[in-house]
Design a protein around this ligand. Sequence first.
Ligand code: DAH
Length: 337
Amino acid sequence: MSLLDDVAKLESEALERISTADSLDSLRELEFRFLGRKGPINTILKNLKDLSIDERKLVGAKANETRGRLEALLNERIATFESGGQEAAFDPTLPGTGQRQGVVHILNQVMGEICTVFHGMGFEIAHGPHVETDYYNFGALNFPPDHPARDEQDTFFVEGGRVLRTHTTPVQPRELEKRKPPIKLIMPGRTFRHEEITTRSHISFHQVDGFLVDEHISIADLKGTLVAFCRAFYGERLKYRFRPTFFPFTEPSIEIDITCFLCEGKGCQLCKYAGWLEILGSGMIHPNVLEKAGWDPEKYTGFAFGMGVERQAMLKYKINDIRLFFNSNVRFLRQFV
Ligand code: DAH
């Protein structure tokens, strides 16, 4: 039947033109031409009354179907253009829309730098669990049962008598039990403390611990290793000083300060006018720690150290608020590309 053929021809022509239209304007024009009030489909529908009943049904159905298909394709293509999906033909001479690249988070960068320096000195990397037993977090490290660090002020307690580790030092007794001297490890990772969140302290932060155990290890090894680290990380020219302090798991215990690299020792806001910046804790591993892990402290000795990653990053990059590391502000993070 010729009218049905006409509708079929019209449909294929319209579909072809709609699918190849290359602008919003030409799509609107095609919409008007094919589906407008005076367009061919409407004209056919309007004139159905002149046909026999049988023809009317067939042609009417076919014309409505065609209208549905054209509308669907038009709507789809118009929506694509309106959402900016496909502008005209691809023009390779237009300026690009620049893709921003993701970067490694500043904390991971700094943790990586610290590990790289020690790795270069032959230290291997080890990890331990965030949820730790009271024994490894405290007991194995020679904390007496009434030590204030066990107090709820500092520690998050988890059911089953466990804690969120308050430092990365518990990996030390874990590895001491598993390995044989010589042992030379660094242990980077996340730590947790029940602290008020301020510009300087947070409930979750990161540390890198390390230790070396073998026969005949002395405080000279500690000094050589840690001074080499400080120079590699903070620069060749820095001065350093060793200060006695107390940790339950080391004896003697030493804190290392470096000259403030901002004022070079003259005194400024960064070093709180002391001229020195405290950067890490260290010491000779306490004989009790070695003994609890099954090693004879008469035969084996070792040194250990631990430092806060946020603290090193804040000092090195002059960041004044620890919370900046955790609130995912892209404008902050992008500065460390
Ligand atoms: N665990 C200590 C802290 O969180 C840091 C530390 C000091 C680790 C001396 C050590 C060490 O391994 O020997 O403050």
